[in-house]
Design a protein around this ligand. Structure first.
Ligand code: PHE
Length: 460
């Protein structure tokens, strides 16, 4: 049986509650905003295929490792790593893995919140019928006007951070569990409605072949790194979010089944989003590689032309905001749990401290889209020639910090922990599936991550 420790922050009420919370963490802007635009920038099919392979062979095994560590340690990632390292007689510096994860969480949330703010703004823009009958040009102008205005971005970013802090202050179970239970199915239904629209848009065939017909001449070493990084990002891996959620998981729940369920749902949402967006891109003669504005420049065209578009559009962006919300709280939870454990703060105070810090970092992203849009800090380095501060933050966290964190989690679980401890915690026996998991995290995952890193470095 699992370890006897208990979390001071409470526990999920059931395995289902954990699945919902972990799915809430995984499904977010990564699936609906980021996946389509990076797939578009990196040529489509081949990129999507590599991403799917990474989910299966790297993502799922690492997710299991991360939940396993969390449930065994039952504390914030920093303290979990410290406790487990002592217990397994490993080097005490493993605690730095927890620290790096916390930093990654701050950095990711700082830009995540700004983009979630765009989604918030679009709830009102679509709901008011602003897009009705507009062409692609009109829709694009509205987007450009929004991101050009730092004050507006700041206001929405602030609102979203306050929303995040409010939920985190109350603790992650409770309200959150209930909300996700309702909103996830609604998001699925709405994505199907959008795919239905895309089906009739005249660009469906082109969209599908862009997404699913691999053309390996279009993929670069850097593209492979981005696909791998995205597998970590979209499953919330490598920074302790899933670890801290695992620390609230009841001792009896099966880790393997849970992780597979979460990964499948996450992947399905991303593919549906792609199927909704790319047909609209091609039907309207748009560019798949326009970047972070992609969904904001494509979906409103659909909403502007379908029956009850204002209503569906508003609903869609409301759901997107909720998906982002349930992810953002998991980004900040490792830090809040640590502040409560080690600094003796109340949850409310800890949420305010962590939230304010993130909010401040967010200013970098707010300004990246307007006043500082010409500031290219690493313009001397080939692939970063055109990167704004937002681009660099995204690259550093998703493509470097998360895979590195995931690699170390795999190494710890598979090389530092005793076999008996992992057999015990995963509780799936010592048969084929356990051996497969151990083989993947021991050899395949670390080697794959290192190869992809080296390849990408060689082109920088
Ligand atoms: N998985 C979330 C998404 O796809 C983002 C996230 C990354 C959340 C890392 C937590 C940790 O939107």
């Amino acid at each position: 049986m699992a370890s006897e420790r208990e979390s001071i922050h409470g526990q999920w009420s059931s395995r289902l509650a954990f699945i919902l919370a972990a799915t809430g963490s995984a499904v977010g802007l990564g699936n609906i905003w980021k996946f389509p635009y990076i797939a578009g920038e990196n040529g489509g099919g081949a990129f999507v295929l590599i991403y799917l392979v990474c989910i299966a062979v790297i993502g799922i095994p690492i997710m299991m490792a991360e939940v396993l560590l969390g449930r065994r340690g039952r504390q914030s990632p920093i303290n979990t790593m410290r406790t487990l390292a002592a217990e397994e007689h490993a080097n005490r510096h493993w605690k730095w893995l927890g620290w790096a994860g916390m930093l990654a969480g701050f950095l990711i949330l700082s830009y995540y919140s700004v983009i979630a703010g765009w989604a918030l703004a679009y709830v009102f823009r679509t709901g008011s019928g602003l897009f009705t009958g507009l062409t692609a040009d009109g829709v694009q102008t509205i987007f450009t006007n929004m991101v050009n205005d730092p004050e507006r971005l700041l206001a929405w970013h602030t609102i979203f951070m306050v929303m995040t802090m409010t939920v985190v202050a109350r603790g992650v179970s409770g309200g959150l569990e209930k909300a996700v239970k309702l909103l996830m199915p609604a998001l699925f239904v709405l994505l199907f409605v959008l795919v239905g629209y895309a089906w009739n848009s005249g660009g469906f065939y082109q969209g599908v072949s862009f997404l699913f017909q691999p053309d390996f001449s279009k993929i670069t070493a850097n593209g492979i790194l981005i696909a791998m990084g995205h597998a970590f990002f979209t499953l919330s891996l490598g920074m302790g979010a899933i670890m801290v959620y695992g620390s609230y998981l009841p001792g009896t729940a099966s880790i393997a089944k849970t992780c597979i369920a979460v990964s499948l749902m996450d992947t399905l949402v991303a593919l549906l989003a792609g199927l909704a967006i790319f047909p609209i891109v091609f039907a309207n003669g748009l560019e798949p590689g326009v970047g972070p504005g992609l969904i904001f420049q494509t979906l409103p065209i659909a909403f502007g032309h379908m029956d009850y578009g204002a209503f569906f559009g508003m609903l869609f962006f409301v759901l997107l905001v909720f998906a982002a919300w349930s992810s953002s709280i998991s980004l900040i939870e490792p830090a809040v749990a640590w502040l409560v454990e080690n600094r003796g703060m109340t949850r409310i105070f800890a949420s305010v401290v962590a939230g304010l810090t993130t909010w401040l970092f967010g200013l970098l992203t707010v300004l990246s889209f307007n006043l500082w849009s010409e500031l290219k800090l690493l313009s001397g380095i080939g692939i970063f020639r055109d990167s704004t501060i937002f681009d660099l933050l995204d690259y550093l966290t998703a493509n470097i910090m998360l895979p590195l964190g995931g690699l170390l989690i795999a190494v710890f679980a598979a090389w530092k922990m005793s076999r008996a401890a992992t057999v015990d915690e995963l509780a799936m026996g010592d048969g084929f599936f356990y051996k497969l998991w151990r083989f993947l995290v021991r050899y395949i995952t670390p080697v794959a991550v290192i190869i992809v890193f080296l390849k990408a470095v060689s082109v920088i």
